[in-house]
Design a protein around this ligand. Structure first.
Ligand SMILES: [Zn+2]
Ligand SMILES: [Zn+2]
Ligand SMILES: [Zn+2]
Length: 90
């Protein structure tokens, strides 16, 4: 089975208690669909169904490979490099 080799980059497991929204969208006055959090630095960005695709843009500019969903009830993570979905537990 394929495995993500970037788990040592993960600094943050849980979603924050309060999320204002996609950081770039808030700045630009754009709307987002779903929110994702970078598990290395905590950046909040919007998903690829959103116009801004800021979570992916954050990966491309920072190289931080793993995001997780911060939508209510969702706890999956995604590695952009390996293109793998998995769940991380504390
Ligand atoms: Zn990986
Ligand atoms: Zn955005
Ligand atoms: Zn990051």
């Amino acid at each position: 089975m394929a495995e993500c080799t970037h788990l040592d980059t993960v600094e943050i497991l849980g979603a924050p208690q309060e999320i204002a929204g996609c950081e770039e969208c808030l700045e630009l006055g754009m709307r987002w669909v779903h929110l994702r959090m970078c598990q290395q630095c905590g950046h909040i960005g919007c998903c690829d169904n959103s116009e801004g695709k800021h979570a992916t843009a954050h990966f491309e500019s920072s190289g931080h490979p793993i995001i997780r969903s911060v939508e209510p009830g969702e706890s999956w993570s995604w590695c952009y490099v390996d293109e793998l979905m998995f769940e991380l537990r504390a």
